[in-house]
Write a protein that binds this ligand. Structure first.
Ligand code: DGJ
Length: 700
């Protein structure tokens, strides 16, 4: 709900109040963000307390632009034609329409308009913000920095920052630090991805005192997959501001007369009961508002099919013979979707060739992909293919025809990775080319599923790259292709893969049905990776080429039971070589998929509670609690547990249950929700590669 009273704008949603107001000089100042206030007079008095002229650390500006005495990180810096870079924004008008508030600001001396937009989603304590910056003058200007929003925090308090960072195979690592008077930058400048280096996300809690289940957590996320910067700045007097948007280092944005640049959305949220509550809010947001929901089934709420993927057993060496051999085996083990990964294009028997030429290798697939799709469909399996549209090999017809389409720095030698160039998606013709061949491929190969991969980051950029906003245009055009596929093929399931989790971010959530969480499918590492992942993202999206897979990154061969149970915690996919697997393995896989299908709905429309963490103990325990609270499952994984530790595994206290209801486990044990939450469950884990699983349903 939005209101405007006595110069104060108030947003109330899901127990949260967010307020800002017009100061006497017409500037817009942040007033309050936190639990619901029910007190317009208190907000009005905060507005009256704004000092003009401002003091050394002024009452925070709602959209900072280096106003007088404000030396903090600005949202906006504009280079005008006369060389001036100062911006002074004053309120011109506002409008409230349903769940959207817009406030129009104008510069007092220069022809520049900034339209701030605020939106809410139902009763979730979230507010999404964008800024649209318009050049109203007759001469071009440059946006030296064009942030999406700034969020200010109560002064004179000690704040702890939580964020996630990592690298390939080591994504979603939790990082925490107490803020001191300094600027902390969470950022990426690699062009094609960000999330596995730095997730465009922050959370702040007071004194570092909030836990999984208690305390206030203020958090924010940028819906953007490209270069970004979030500046967390603590100034004298512990005045903290978080500013974020596209990375000004890699994108100065030119605006011709009359042009507008609209920033990515920066969404802020407030949780009043710890980090688990934060996750619940983010899950509800994904399930009920932002996940793709087209198609015959409501994809946002539908379960994900069990996948068989060719990558781990065959890498590039796929052909008609092994694929036709695998299809009935995939059916036999209970898979529901068959995916041919990398390797199906002409000459693609290694990474030297084949990227860019998106036609089927008729030498290895003489009957074409249609025949394989038909065979999958005949056997009752969905069919999917892998693509990597943003790349090409130098040895490709595409590169020979369009050498100017790749991102390169003139004659400077190019640094290759996986022998591939990045195509310049900031060019509309490249975007249109991708839409053209993807449309054809999806129809001709009768695809039910498409895995979009992206496997490298930029190393050399053209001379004018940073000054043309190309990095932003690149990502907007990538989104445009995903948007096209979603709109044109609403039943198609789309996997977002970027060398694993390179684009596991909220920018991609509205377009993709599944995420390659990580190329690291080692289930012991997953004990940590999945904790970070599920803090932010719903588990049914979490997949990869095979989370029930052979030894990969470590070469560590783990017991099948451990791998199977780990696979069930996300979007289950199997990457074991079924042509060489013995009958015992095949029938164990079949039992597992049969079992998984009976509990999948409860696992995939669920909140994940992190009951015990492998970051602090040699085990982790995750409770998957259906959102209607009628069912839950408990997963436990342990590794390298000493004798004296195993004896000490505490009773694991459940969360989120109906206290007065009786829950019955599959072995017939009956417990009230209150007992499960107050006394807890004995989760027995011991030794190496230990597993625990139990499944409970509310009594009718
Ligand atoms: C990286 C992906 O993350 C893998 O799942 C696989 O698709 C390979 N690329 C294929 O080249």
């Amino acid at each position: 709900m939005f209101s405007f009273e006595n110069g104060v704008y108030t947003i109330t949603a899901g127990g949260m109040t967010y307020a800002f107001g017009e100061a006497n000089d017409g500037s817009l100042r942040h007033l309050y963000w936190g639990g619901e206030l029910h007190d317009a007079a208190a907000l009005a008095s905060l507005r009256e307390g704004v000092r003009n002229p401002p003091r050394s650390v002024p009452t925070p500006y709602e959209y900072p632009t280096e106003e007088a005495f404000d030396y903090g990180e600005p949202c906006l810096r504009v280079l005008f034609a006369d060389g001036n870079q100062n911006v002074r924004l004053r309120v011109a008008s506002h409008e409230i329409k349903g769940s959207v508030l817009t406030v129009v600001l104008r510069d007092a001396n220069y022809p520049l308009t900034v339209t701030l937009t605020y939106r809410t989603w139902g009763d979730l304590p979230l507010v999404g913000r964008t800024a649209a910056i318009t050049n109203d003058g007759g001469a071009p200007v440059t946006l030296v920095s064009a942030g999406s929003a700034a969020f200010a925090f109560g002064r004179a308090r000690d704040w702890r920052l939580t964020h996630f960072s990592g690298t390939w195979g080591a994504e979603y690592q939790l990082q925490r630090e107490m803020l001191t008077q300094s600027r902390v930058l969470i950022e990426s400048a690699r062009l094609t991805d960000a999330a596995f280096h730095q997730m465009p996300f922050f959370a702040l809690d007071e004194g570092g005192a909030s836990t999984e289940t208690a305390g206030e957590v203020f958090f924010g996320l940028l819906s953007w997959s490209g270069d970004f910067r979030i500046t967390v700045e603590s100034r004298y007097g512990k005045a903290v501001t978080v500013t974020g948007g596209v990375n000004p280092d890699t994108a100065r944005i030119p605006l011709a007369p009359g042009e507008t640049f609209t920033t990515p959305e920066f969404t802020a949220g407030y949780a009043d009961a710890g980090f688990s509550r934060m996750s619940e809010i983010l899950y509800d947001w994904q399930f009920d508002h932002i996940l793709p929901r087209g198609g015959k089934t409501d994809k946002a709420h539908a379960v994900r099919p069990i996948i068989y993927n060719s990558w781990y057993p065959y890498t590039f060496h796929v052909n008609e013979e092994n694929i036709f051999g695998l299809i009935p085996k995939a059916k036999q083990i209970g898979a529901e979707l068959f995916v041919i990964d990398d390797g199906w294009m002409p000459g693609r028997e290694n990474d030297l060739k084949g990227l860019g030429d998106w036609v089927i290798d008729t030498e290895r697939f003489p009957r074409g992909m249609g025949a394989i799709a038909d065979e999958c469909h005949r056997q009752g399996l969905l069919f999917g293919l892998w693509v990597e549209p943003e790349m090409c090999n130098p040895d490709s017809d595409l590169f020979r025809a369009h050498p100017d389409w790749v991102i390169a720095d003139g004659d400077r030698p190019h640094t290759f990775m996986r022998h591939q160039y990045i195509l310049d998606f900031s060019r509309d013709e490249v975007r249109d080319w991708a839409i053209g061949w993807l449309d054809r491929l999806i129809r001709e190969a009768k695809l039910d599923y498409l895995k979009w991969d992206m496997n490298r980051e930029v190393t050399e950029v053209p001379a004018n790259w940073r000054d043309t906003g190309a990095a932003v245009k690149y990502m907007k055009n990538v989104y445009a292709v995903w948007q096209y596929m979603n709109e044109t093929f609403p039943d198609l399931l789309l996997e977002n893969c970027a060398s694993g989790g390179g684009r596991a971010d909220f920018g991609m959530v509205p377009y993709s049905d599944r995420v390659n969480r990580s190329d690291n499918a080692d289930p012991v590492d997953v004990m940590i990776l999945h904790e970070g992942y599920t803090t932010l993202f719903v588990p049914k999206m979490a997949g990869g080429a095979g989370n029930v897979a052979p030894p990969s990154i470590h070469g560590r061969d783990l017991p099948l039971e451990f791998r199977i149970l780990s696979g069930m915690t996300g979007s289950m996919s199997i990457g074991i070589n079924l042509l060489t697997a013995d009958e015992a393995t095949l029938s164990r896989l079949r039992e597992a998929t049969d079992r998984f299908k009976t509990i999948r709905e409860g696992l995939q429309d669920a909140y994940v509670y992190r009951i015990a963490s492998a970051r602090t103990d040699p085990w982790c325990v995750w409770q998957y609690c259906r959102r209607d609270r009628k069912e839950f499952s408990v997963f436990g994984f342990g590794h390298a547990i000493h004798k004296w530790q195993g004896d000490m595994v505490p009773l694991m206290r459940m969360r989120g249950l109906v206290p007065g209801a009786v829950y019955v486990s599959d072995d017939g044990t009956r417990r009230t929700g209150a007992a499960l939450m107050r006394i807890g469950l004995p989760v027995k884990l011991n030794g190496d590669y230990a597993t625990y699983f139990s499944h409970w349903k509310i009594e009718d």
